[in-house]
Design a protein around this ligand. Structure first.
Ligand SMILES: [Fe+2]
Length: 149
């Protein structure tokens, strides 16, 4: 039998994905688990209702995660917040478009099972990593300031 997700990345958390900002890393772990649950439901041929429930859970969490990340960026005064927010907004708009029933089932499954996880892994490793590096620098500088005072 053909693998259902021939092109999807393995969505298991690994330390290579860690950004060193605990709040974000913890959310990324949950997010990967939710998408993997969805992929498993499809691969196991579960009933459409179960697959749909897994999609909805993954999507709700995605939006919550984006909002939490943006809130942390806002709080800490991240200078590239606008750009990051735009990346999230584009991804969220695509998610909505594919889940509004305008795409066929196969396209939807390909999107959630393959495109979305690929996008998220890329996003974690580029944009999120850039923010984490910036945040760690800020925190280190703040700690140095406290020590020097
Ligand atoms: Fe992000």
């Amino acid at each position: 039998m053909e693998p259902v997700f021939a092109t999807h990345p393995t969505l298991h958390w690994n330390d290579g994905l860690a950004l060193g900002v605990e709040a974000i890393d913890e959310e990324h772990k949950v997010w990967l688990d939710l998408v993997r649950t969805f992929q498993q439901a499809v691969a196991d041929g579960e009933a459409p209702a179960a697959v749909y429930a897994a999609i909805v859970e993954a999507l709700i969490y995605t939006e919550r995660h984006f909002a939490n990340e943006e809130a942390l960026m806002q709080e800490t005064g991240y200078p590239h917040l606008d750009d990051h927010r735009a990346q999230h907004a584009r991804a969220a708009a695509e998610l909505h478009a594919v889940t509004e029933g305008k795409t066929g089932e196969e396209e939807l499954i390909a999107y959630i099972g393959s495109f979305l996880p690929n996008w998220l892994l890329l996003h974690i490793n580029t944009a999120d990593r850039k923010f984490a590096a910036w945040l760690k620098e800020q925190r280190a500088a703040a700690a140095d300031g406290v020590m020097a005072a």
